[in-house]
Structures are given as structure tokens and as C-alpha cells.
Design a binder for this molecule. Structure first.
Ligand SMILES: *[C@@H]1O[C@H](CO)[C@@H](O)[C@H](O)[C@H]1NC(C)=O
Length: 154
């Protein structure tokens, strides 16, 4: 059984849990912990807001999340976003990765943090200001992407 879990925190504060629970039936959980006291977490897939709290995928997922503070566009414009691809490495051989992005028209908004758990524990990134070395400001800064390809066999 593979189990990969990412907790993404907006320090203001939003938390995502990304988990891949089973090698045979792929599962990923994204969980927010918004400690801002304002704003609404948004987990986006295509044209849909999937949740503002927690969501379980039973297949791979690629999308974005951000804290809607009032002036963010649907795809996070004017705000920072967390981009994530959640994929079970035992199925696809690729695994999961996530990053924080401020590539225009995105921009720093509030502190964000994400972390993997249940495999790649503690791997993640955080940004508490617009002067952050752990986020994309330009598309060639691929070193800010945090990957998790570990199967945590339990
Ligand atoms: C995934 O499976 C769980 C348990 O059966 C279910 O509660 C959940 O709604 C499913 N998620 C989706 C996106 O269908």
C-alpha cells in the first residue's frame, strides 16, 4: 500500500493534505487549514471549485489552489497559487509534485506553505513575503518544484 500525503499550509494559513493511499486504488487527499481568519481556500479543477475544505481524489489530479482574499481571479490572478500534480508513482512512474507560483499575472498575496506527509515527510515550500526563494517568479525557476516519488509502503 502506497501512502503519500502533502499538507499545504497557507501560513495565513492554508493546509493541503495530498495523500496517495493505495497502490491499486489511487487516492489523494487535499486538505486546507486556513489560519488567516479570512479568505476562502479554493481547490480548482478546470472550471470548477472542488472544495474550500478537503477533497479526496480517487485518481490522479493536476490543478491549483489559492486563498481567495477577495481580489483573486478564478485562476488565482493577482494572488499566489499552489500548483500540484498528484499522481501515484506505483501506477504511472511519475509521482507527485507541487510548487508555489507568483508568475504574472499571479502575485504574492498571503503566506503559503505546503508539505508532504506519509512519504517525503517534511518536503515542501513556504513563502512569507514577496521576496521568496521557494516560488516561481519566472517559468525557468523549475528548482522550486518539490517532487515526491517515494512509495511509502506501510
Ligand atoms: C473517492 O472515494 C471516496 C470513498 O468512496 C468518496 O467518498 C469520494 O467522494 C470519492 N471522490 C470522488 C472525487 O469521487
Amino acid at each position: 500500500m502506497a501512502f503519500t500525503l502533502i499538507s499545504t499550509l497557507l501560513l495565513c494559513l492554508l493546509s493541503f493534505l495530498f495523500s496517495s493511499v493505495n497502490a491499486d486504488s489511487e487516492t489523494h487527499i487535499v486538505k486546507f487549514d486556513n489560519q488567516c481568519g479570512y479568505g476562502q481556500p479554493q481547490l480548482i479543477q478546470g472550471n470548477d471549485v472542488l472544495t474550500t475544505t478537503e477533497y479526496q481524489f480517487n485518481s490522479s489530479y493536476s490543478g491549483i489552489a489559492y486563498l481567495q482574499t477577495g481580489n483573486c481571479g478564478f485562476n488565482g490572478e493577482n494572488c499566489g497559487i499552489i500548483e500540484m500534480t498528484l499522481d501515484n508513482p506505483t501506477v504511472s512512474g511519475s509521482g507527485s509534485s507541487a510548487d508555489i507560483s507568483y508568475i504574472p499575472p499571479l502575485a504574492y498575496s498571503v503566506p503559503y506553505k505546503f508539505e508532504f506527509y506519509g512519504g517525503c515527510d517534511g518536503s515542501g515550500a513556504s513563502c512569507t513575503s514577496s521576496d521568496c526563494s521557494e516560488a516561481f517568479f519566472q517559468s525557468d525557476q523549475t528548482y522550486v518544484q518539490v517532487a515526491c516519488q517515494t512509495d511509502n509502503v506501510t
